[in-house]
Design a protein. Sequence first.
Length: 300
Amino acid sequence: MANQLRLPFLSFNHLTIYLILLLSQSPQIFSTCRDFCNNIPINYPFSIDDGCGAPQYRHMLNCSATDLFFLTPSGNYKVQSIDYDKKTMTIFDPSMSTCSILQPHHDFKMSEIQSAIIPPSPDTIFILMNCSIDSPVLNHYKSVCFNFSGHSCDELYGSCTSFKLFHMLSNSTPACCFTGYETVKYMSMDILDCTHYTSVYNSDKLEGVGPLDWLYGMKLSFSVPDTGCERCAKSGGNCGFDVETEMAQCICASTSNSTRDCAGGRESNFAESYRASSFPRLQLLYILALGAISYRIVLR
Ligand SMILES: *[C@@H]1O[C@H](CO)[C@@H](O)[C@H](O)[C@H]1NC(C)=O
Ligand SMILES: *[C@@H]1O[C@H](CO)[C@@H](O)[C@H](O)[C@H]1NC(C)=O
Ligand SMILES: *[C@@H]1O[C@H](CO)[C@@H](O)[C@H](O)[C@H]1NC(C)=O
Ligand SMILES: *[C@@H]1O[C@H](CO)[C@@H](O)[C@H](O)[C@H]1NC(C)=O
């Protein structure tokens, strides 16, 4: 009687453990590289799945249900578009000030590697606003501010609903500075002593265009590592890398990876050995778990 009751209990455990093991293994076996995040194409060197794209760009993008984000040490920035021909990505800092909203400052910080491989483009300018008279950009570092197509602080403070506040509160024109990424890279907003900033891209096309029509956001210029990705892409694979060693590899469909391309698996194929080894490992775990449960039941 007791045995009959225990038997179904035992089988139920078998099944549960087997399923758990199977589920915990399967995402690795069947994952591929997604090539879209909502409507934004995700191609080399970028990726939204670990092991895809170039290792230098690892963990830089996050795809949520509605948006794609560029992750930096100072926060997550919404990606508006990626142009693979021009090698540019436009992003928007949701907490920066624009013509329509005034928000307290917040530094824009990139990691070392981001500054090196995907820095803001030369036609992205940073506008420091409401700078105190002691600000370095009005004194020792005056030279970092440049003439932005003849645009002035007055024009900026005069035309935007949000920036009008600077005028109203001070009854004068507080200083501003049009500058490049290098300035904000080396000096935080606290050091710069300006209370707000905004950034504008395609600045070379904004001569004679008023602040209401500027393009607010940042354009980043990315470089593509030369790792022989074309060969893999041509053979229908996705360029990726081994998540442990970060060695380049070509991800072919969902079932096989190889070192260079997806042509018939002549190249050394990690995938075969992975599949061959993961199943016995699974069985072994299963048998061990089974053993442990049986042992406990016998002891009772
Ligand atoms: C292929 O490589 C990707 C990325 O490294 C990995 O997630 C996946 O599990 C690999 N697939 C196989 C079948 O080995
Ligand atoms: C990426 O987004 C998901 C939700 O969309 C979130 O749970 C996760 O923490 C994010 N990862 C990073 C590194 O921000
Ligand atoms: C700024 O540049 C414009 C031309 O783009 C020029 O007309 C103007 O005089 C310059 N202003 C200063 C202060 O150099
Ligand atoms: C402008 O800066 C001054 C300090 O220099 C500050 O007291 C003032 O609140 C700032 N204006 C706005 C609108 O934040």
